[in-house]
Design a protein around this ligand. Structure first.
Ligand code: NAD
Length: 254
């Protein structure tokens, strides 16, 4: 069984953090990677720095209802089957419940949930028609357990976990596997300022993580690349924690 990949892999939110590490790793393992991000400048810099290791970049807002059609066009123009979709783009930093406006609610749902729903609605039938494929969604440990002060973010990540198990049931017979990763505290541009300043949640998570450190983008990318590879051929509907043991229990004496 090989960890080599073939066909087209779309990675959303690929200009930074976990998405960037994933796009580079999938390309290194043989996939033709389309890096999608809202940040056009960062994508341009990435394309020039990586010297053609990516098959294409696409600047678009993943929460735009037109985004799935744009992405499908980009896949088509590469002339290879769409085998992998990594729904990674997401936002965090949710306000507390009573400060969450309707606009905040719509924004979090639009970027973290509706975009994945729409992109799966476009991608899954195409993958099925082309002989199968796999999807890896970015959930979070915050979507699997209660954590204070992150209501709308946690709600979106719980929805991603549910969407993963649901779609895995519906699309397995079409040859499409659907899994998710649920990262714990990962040191990326999304979290690094709060880790450095010792913000309450990040400090507590670091203290409570059995492996004693924050994860790196590559820790998560390795798990995503595994789930996307033929090595994970009989794994579907899984929400894989990549959290240094944080959610498994509280630290204690041996
Ligand atoms: P990041 O901020 O470093 O990268 C996110 C990328 O998504 C950025 O390049 C950003 O431009 C892009 N993006 C944001 N909104 C977009 C939109 N509307 N359209 C297209 N692109 C958009 O974040 P990260 O830490 O690498 O997080 C990646 C994913 O992992 C997110 O879904 C996040 O919720 C999840 N996650 C992260 C952590 C963590 O500790 N860092 C933990 C659990 C889950």
């Amino acid at each position: 069984m090989s960890d080599r990949l073939e066909g087209v892999a779309v990675v959303t939110g690929a200009a930074s953090g976990i998405g960037l590490a994933t796009a580079l790793l999938l390309a290194e393992r043989g996939a033709q990677v389309i890096a999608v991000d809202i940040d056009r400048q960062a994508l341009d810099a990435l394309a020039s720095e990586t010297g053609g290791c990516l098959a294409a970049t696409l600047a678009c807002d993943i929460s735009d209802p037109q985004a799935p059609a744009q992405i499908a066009d980009a896949v088509r123009s590469l002339g290879a089957p769409w085998r992998i979709l990594v729904n990674n783009a997401g936002i965090a930093g949710a306000p507390p419940l009573v400060d969450t406006s309707d606009a905040d609610f719509e924004r979090f749902i639009g970027i973290n949930v509706a975009s994945i729903f729409r992109l799966c609605r476009t991608a899954l039938p195409l993958m099925a028609d082309q002989g199968g494929g796999c999807v890896v969604n970015l959930s979070s440990v915050f979507g699997l357990t209660g954590v204070g002060g992150t209501t709308i973010y946690s709600l979106t990540k719980g929805a991603v976990a549910t969407m993963t198990t649901q779609l895995a049931c519906e699309w397995g017979r079409d040859g499409v596997r659907i899994n998710a990763v649920a990262p714990g505290l990962i040191d990326t541009p999304l979290t690094s300022a709060r880790i450095r300043e010792g913000a309450w949640t990040q400090r507590r998570m670091l203290e409570e993580t059995p492996l004693g450190r924050a994860g790196t983008p590559n820790d998560v990318a390795e798990a995503i690349a595994f789930l996307a590879s033929p090595r994970a051929a009989f794994i579907s509907g899984e929400v894989l924690k990549v959290d240094g043991g944080w959610l498994s229990g509280r630290l204690g004496p041996k």
